[in-house]
Design a protein around this ligand. Structure first.
Ligand SMILES: *[C@@H]1O[C@H](CO)[C@@H](O)[C@H](O)[C@H]1NC(C)=O
Ligand SMILES: *[C@@H]1O[C@H](CO)[C@@H](O)[C@H](O)[C@H]1NC(C)=O
Ligand SMILES: *[C@@H]1O[C@H](CO)[C@@H](O)[C@H](O)[C@H]1NC(C)=O
Ligand SMILES: *[C@@H]1O[C@H](CO)[C@@H](O)[C@H](O)[C@H]1NC(C)=O
Length: 686
């Protein structure tokens, strides 16, 4: 047990030694009886500066270098910031017999100050005299006008045994007086004048005098019979000086050998009580300036704020400290002296806080909204078959954002398609496009829809409207097609009545359309809704077949029939009866388109309400469609063209499927008509 216990004790001792080493000479006892003994005080040979010896007698620190008979017990010793020794000094007294003659007295002078380093602190002590008919004074200092420079004292008198009062030291049984600086001893003089005798006063058999720390002594009547062995606390100032008149001041000392302020960051301070000087650590340092490296940095921040003020955050630095305001606070000057105020006054801070809160809320809402939008986009994408279509090669898939850019936020509406508006747009490569909304795709239709898109993408023919891409992030898919600048054939035939249409152009339109449909049929695709609305014309009047394959996506009896009711004029009666769509149904519808092309009349026409019936009638009766042709066409050769087209149309409109030519044949026939005309024209020219 002892070893384990010993080790920490030794460690502690070592630590204590290092901690106090800066106030001590190496190898000297740091304390005696609980009293620290800092250099220049010291115990034992070589540990003290001459005059500063402390004798440690059975753990009782005694001021050394005094008259041996009287012990001056040491209470505390300090070096900085005030050089001081607090000691207990025996009181001085004299006692009388009943006739008032002094019969015994103490040895009046302690002479505790042989080396002359101490002065009785005039600031912290006072002279107190107790007695009932006595005058006591002290004197000191060098010789002046009289034997000494200073004399001070007071008189105490009691009229009777009851005169003195506790706590009242104003001349009755007790008096006190301040002392001058420069007193080096407690020399007391009891007046020898016979007037100051104490005859026949059993309540006051002795007079007492002592210098005591101010505030320590309060008069008690009972003290008029005080114990003669009493000691009183007294504070001594000390300085580096000698008592032979050759003490140095700070004016000379630093340049003289034996200068005592040896520590760095130390300075010389002239003694304020007697000659000589003391050493002090400079501002910002603490410790013992009488030792090498004795002055060390003072941590001002660990001190009370009253000593080292700081209205903000305190930072200790070597020899000083910094003071900065807390974050968000500022001071109009140095925060050591000036208060730190909030940079923003409270209302501003509240406003800022609210502003910030609102911004965060708005931001959060915005974020939630964006997330929601994103989720919606992703949902639509998936619902619209995006996961299937994204792997289709050659199909650009636009994001909703792309699309907005392409259509400039749907700024230019071209008209209405089957399922919604059609917008004009421009691709990044400057190609002009038409953006159409498509039918709403639900779970059951994903397969059909994606199949349809794939087919449309596959259809690559100059007379088929080209699919340029799609966007699947909206609730309905948007399809992007090449732009047909001149609009639909219907528009040209029936809306732009004043736009002239030559017979040859009509023939070219017929040929192009037939080629497109024929190519489609060769790929085993049926259009299902051939009509002038679905034949678009490019800026060079090249016909483009559009909106094919839609019928497949429409549930029979649903939207299609409703929409198509108006287009019944084009519907193959066989398809209407059987519900089976064949390529010959497209041929029938194309026949109607041809009739419109040559007559520039709408399909609901005439008394019968049907252009087909009207044409059938005149072909049966007059073997010519001439009376129904567009009156704009007047040249005989042009009328011939229309006549040929009309005849071909009648073929297409045959009731029986097998009576109708195939689409390929129709195209070939039309080309032949053109060749014949060219031939004829050529011969005419020749
Ligand atoms: C008191 O002391 C003085 C001087 O010693 C002496 O003359 C005197 O008789 C004494 N008085 C009494 C009452 O003993
Ligand atoms: C006077 O000083 C002594 C010694 O330090 C102390 O014990 C005592 O309590 C003090 N008395 C007063 C009233 O301060
Ligand atoms: C005064 O005393 C000091 C040391 O006690 C000594 O060094 C010095 O010479 C003395 N001076 C005089 C003038 O006696
Ligand atoms: C020593 O310095 C401190 C401040 O650094 C000061 O408060 C103190 O009064 C000084 N002591 C003397 C004796 O001048």
């Amino acid at each position: 047990m002892s070893t384990t216990f010993l080790l920490p004790t030794l460690l502690l001792a070592a630590l204590a030694a290092t901690a106090t080493s800066l106030t001590l000479k190496p190898g000297c006892r740091p304390s005696c009886g609980g009293v620290d003994v800092p250099y220049p005080f010291g115990i034992g040979q070589g540990c003290f500066l001459p005059g500063f010896e402390i004798v440690c007698d059975n753990s009782r620190p005694i001021l050394g270098n005094t008259k041996q008979a009287i012990e001056v017990f040491v209470l505390s010793l300090s070096v900085t910031p005030r050089p001081e020794a607090r000691v207990m000094v025996p009181i001085t007294w004299q006692c009388f017999n009943s006739s008032g003659d002094a019969i015994k007295w103490s040895i009046s002078t302690v002479n505790y100050n042989r080396a002359g380093v101490y002065r009785i602190s005039n600031n912290h002590n006072e002279l107190v005299v107790l007695g009932c008919n006595t005058f006591v004074y002290t004197n000191g200092g060098p010789r002046g006008r009289s034997t000494y420079t200073y004399y001070t004292g007071c008189a105490a008198y009691c009229d009777n045994a009851q005169s003195a009062r506790d706590g009242d030291c104003t001349g009755v049984g007790c008096c006190h007086v301040d002392i001058p600086p420069g007193l080096s001893d407690n020399k007391m003089r009891f007046s020898g004048d016979p007037d100051w005798k104490n005859p026949g006063m059993p309540f006051s058999l002795c007079d007492y005098a002592f210098i005591v720390e101010k505030g320590n002594y309060t008069f008690q009547k009972a003290d008029l019979k005080m114990d003669l062995e009493t000691s009183k606390p007294l504070r001594l100032d000390w300085a580096i000086r000698v008592n032979n008149g050759s003490s140095l001041s700070c004016a000379e000392a630093p340049s003289m050998p034996g200068y005592m302020c040896v520590s760095q960051h130390s300075e010389c301070v002239d003694s304020t009580n007697g000659p000589g000087y003391v050493c002090n650590c400079t501002e910002g340092y603490e410790g013992n300036p009488y030792l090498h490296k004795g002055c060390t940095n003072l941590n001002e921040c660990a001190r009370p704020r009253e000593e080292y003020p700081c209205n903000g955050v305190c930072y200790d630095i070597d020899g000083s400290y910094d003071c900065k305001c807390h974050l968000g606070y500022e001071s109009s000057g140095d925060p050591k002296e000036n208060p730190c105020n909030p940079k923003f006054p409270l209302p501003a801070r509240i406003a800022l806080g609210i502003g910030l809160g609102v911004s965060i809320l708005v931001f959060a809402l915005l974020l939630a909204f964006i997330m929601h939008q994103k989720r919606k986009l992703a949902e639509h994408f998936e619902m619209n078959g995006g996961n299937i279509l994204k792997s289709v090669i050659g199909l650009p898939i636009f994001t909703e954002k792309d699309l907005k850019k392409i259509t400039k936020n749907n700024s230019e509406c071209l008209g209405n398609g089957y399922f919604g508006k059609v917008y004009k747009g421009t691709l990044p490569d400057e190609a002009i496009v038409a953006v159409k909304s498509f039918i709403k795709v639900d779970k059951d239709r994903i397969g059909e829809f994606t199949e349809e898109v794939k087919i449309q993408l596959k259809m690559k023919h100059p007379n088929i409207l080209k699919l340029m891409g799609c966007c699947l992030q909206l609730d309905v898919p948007m399809l992007v097609y090449e732009f047909a600048a001149e609009g639909s054939l219907r528009d040209i035939l029936h809306w732009k009545q004043n736009q002239k249409l030559s017979a040859e152009l009509r023939l070219d339109i017929a040929i192009g359309s037939a080629n497109g449909l024929s190519y489609m049929h060769s790929e085993d695709i049926r259009h299902g809704d051939v009509k002038p609305d679905n034949i678009l014309l490019s800026d060079k009047s090249i016909p483009k077949i559009a909106d094919f394959g839609l019928s497949k996506l429409l549930n029979p009896g649903e939207k299609f029939t409703k929409k198509v009711i108006g287009c019944q004029g084009y519907m193959d009666p066989v398809f209407r009866n059987t519900g089976i769509l064949t390529s010959k149904s497209d041929v029938y519808s194309f026949g109607v388109v041809l009739l419109e092309l040559i007559s520039r009349k709408k399909v609901e026409y005439g008394e019968s309400g049907s252009l087909i019936i009207e044409f059938r009638h005149i072909y049966e009766t007059k073997k010519s469609g001439r009376s129904l042709f567009d009156e704009e066409i007047v040249a005989e050769k042009d009328i011939l063209i229309l006549e040929e087209i009309g005849k071909l149309a009648m073929q297409c409109l045959k009731e029986r499927l097998d009576g109708r030519p195939g689409m390929k044949e129709v195209a070939e026939q039309l080309v032949k008509i053109k060749e014949n005309i060219v031939h004829t024209t050529a011969t005419t020219l020749r």
